[in-house]
Design a protein. Sequence first.
Lengths: 308, 383
Amino acid sequence: MTQEFVKFGKREITTDEPFASGHRGCIGCGEALAVRLAMKALGRDVAIANATGCIEIISSPLPDTSWEVPWIHTLFENTAAVASGIESGYKMLMKKGRIPQKHIDVIAIAGDGATADIGIQALSGALERGHDFVYLCFDNEAYMNTGIQRSSSTPYGASTTTAPAGKVITVGQQTQKKNMPAIAVAHNIPYVATASPSYPFDLMEKVKKAADVKGPAYVHILSVCDTGWRIPTNMSVTIGRMAVQTGMFPLYEVENGKYKLNVDKELKPVEEYLKKQGRYRHLSDDEIQKIQEHVTQEYAKLKQLATS
Amino acid sequence: MSRDGQLVGEFFMNGDVASAEGAICAGCRFFAGYPITPATEVAERMAERLPEVGGTFIQMEDEIASMAAILGGSWGGVKSMTSTSGPGFSLMMENLGLGAMTETPCVVVNIQRAGPSTGLPTLTQQGDMMQARWGSHGLYGTIAIAPSSPQEMFELTITAFNLSEKYRTPVLIMSDESVGHMSEKVVIPPMEQIEIFPRRKPTVPVDEYLPFKADADLVPPMGNAGEGYRFHVTGLTHDERGYPDMTAEAQDKLVRRLLDKIELNKDDIIILEEDGIDGAEVVVCSYGISARVALLAVKAAREEGIKVGILRLVTVWPFPDQKIKEIAKKIRAFVVPELNAGQVVLEVERCAGGAAETILVPHMGGAVHDPDVILEAIRKGSK
C-alpha cells in the first residue's frame, strides 16, 4: 500500500510558527533554522520531549521562549524514553476514553551528543519497542552548548576543545563520525532519513513523512553551527549545502529498509567544504586526501545500497 | 615548564584548570570524562595537557562510562581521574560504589552546581555533600575534600591522589562552581617539593599475593593487571583472594574493613584549619567557598568584640566527630553556613550533641552567602 505524503513548496508553506522567533540562538544558527522548518511541517498537534542541549537552552527560558506547543525538557540521556512514556500514556488515555481520539505526534528532539553518545541506549530501546514517535537528531557535530567538545558525531579531522589539534595529536578528532542513521536502520524501523535546512522542502517533507508513518521514525538533520565550526555567521546555509554536495553529509531516506538518495549529483571535492571552516584549518593536504578517500568510499557504499 | 612537561611557577588560572594541573603533578596519566558545565574546563585542560606528558585523555559517551573507565585505568596501573557536576555525579554513583567495593584508587572532581536535576548549570551550590557520603547504595567509607581556592584545587587534588593510593579508595573533590570558575594566582612548586604517595605495591612473591588481604592499617597492597599477580576483581562480596563469597560472615568481614579503613585512620585523613577557637563563644564551621565567604563575617564580628573562631573542614568526609565534640563543650554556638538547605550542619549538630547550639545559615544556591547574613547568625549565637 502506498501512503500519500505531503509535499511542500514555496507558496504552500504555512505562515504559522509553532517554533517562534526571538530565541537566544547564535546569529546564523543552522539548528534553530532546522527546528523552525521541522515545526512548520509538524504543526501544533504535537508533544515534544527535548533533551538538554543547545536547542533546549536557547529556546526555553522566559521571556524568549519559542515553544508554542507542549514541550518537556528531559535530561541529557533520556529523551527517547520520555517520548516513549508520552506515546504510551496518550495511547492508554485515548483507549480508556479519558481524552478525545486524535492523532498527536510525539516528537523527541536531541542533539548529536544526546543521540549518539549519552542517549543511544534510550533511543535504541524506544526504536526496538516500536513506539509511534519521531526522533529528530539535530547534529551540529559537537557539544556546542558546553563550548565545542567532541562527540562521536564529530567528523574526523575537526578540532574541538577535547580533541584539539595540538602539539602531540595534530589532527584533532581521530575517529570517524558515527553513522547514526545506519544504527537506526538496523532497528528495522519504517522510516529513517537524513536532512539539512539548506534543503528546506526536502527537510519538511521528510519530517512530515516521519510523523505520518506508523511506528518509530528517525530523522538525522545536519545543523551547521557557525560558532563551533568557526565560519562567518552568514554562511550556515551555504556550508550546509556544501556538506551535501561534497558527499560529507548525503541526503537520503530509508523506507522500510529501502534506501533512496535524494540529492545525487557528481560530488564536489571535500577540500572546498573543509577549507571554509576554522575547525579544519590545521589539516594537511595528506589529511584532506584521507578525508576525500573516506567520503568517496562511503558515498559509493550508499549508492550501492540505493541501487540494489 | 620543566622538561617532563610539568608546569612550574606562578600562574593565573581558574580552579578547574588548577585541579587538572594538580592531577598531572600527582602523576595522573589517565583521564576519562564527559562535558558538563561547570566542570568542562577540567576535561578540556586534560585533553590538551595529558598528551604532552605522555598520558591519555578519553572523552567517554557519558558519566557512567567515565567513572567505569577510570576504575579500569587504575587497575591497569595508571593514576586516573574524572571530573563532573551534579547530573553527571548522579550517574557515576553505581560505579563509585564499585570503586569502593573493589578498593580502586582514583579521584573524582565534582564541581557542584545548583540542583536538583539540571538546576542552574552555570551557578554554584554545595548541594551534593550528603550524596558524596551516601550516594551509592550499601555501606562504604568516603573521603571527600572541599577546596576553597584555585590554589587549593591544585594542592588538594594532589592530596586526593595521595589519599586514594594510601587507602585504596575513590577520593572525591567536592568543589563548587564558585571555586571552579574563580581565577586567581596559583603557585606550582617544582616536583621535588611535592610529596607523592606511590601505589602500595605487593611485597610478597607473585604466587603468595592475595589482592584483598589487608596490611595492619586495613588497606591491601595492589598489584596491577599484567604484572603477573593473580587476582579476581568483583563487585560481589569477596574473600581475600577476591573470589565471591556470598555469606553473612564474608560480608561482615569485608564491609566492616571497608568502613574501618577510613574510620580508624581518620586522624591521618582529616585535614582541618582552625583559627581563634581557644576562648571563642562562637565557632563558624564551614567548608569550600562558604568558609571563604564567612571570613568577612568573622572579621566584622571580631571588630564588634564577639569572640569568634573558625573551623574549616578541608576534608568533609570522614567527619571530624571528636573535634566537634571537644569544641562544643567550650563554646555557646556553632554557625554553619553552607550553600544548601542544611547537610553538613546535621553532622555538626549530631556531634555537638546539645552541648552547643547549632545555627544553620542556609542558601539555596545560585550565588554565595551575603556575609551580613552570616554575621547576623554569629551575633545570634553569641547571645
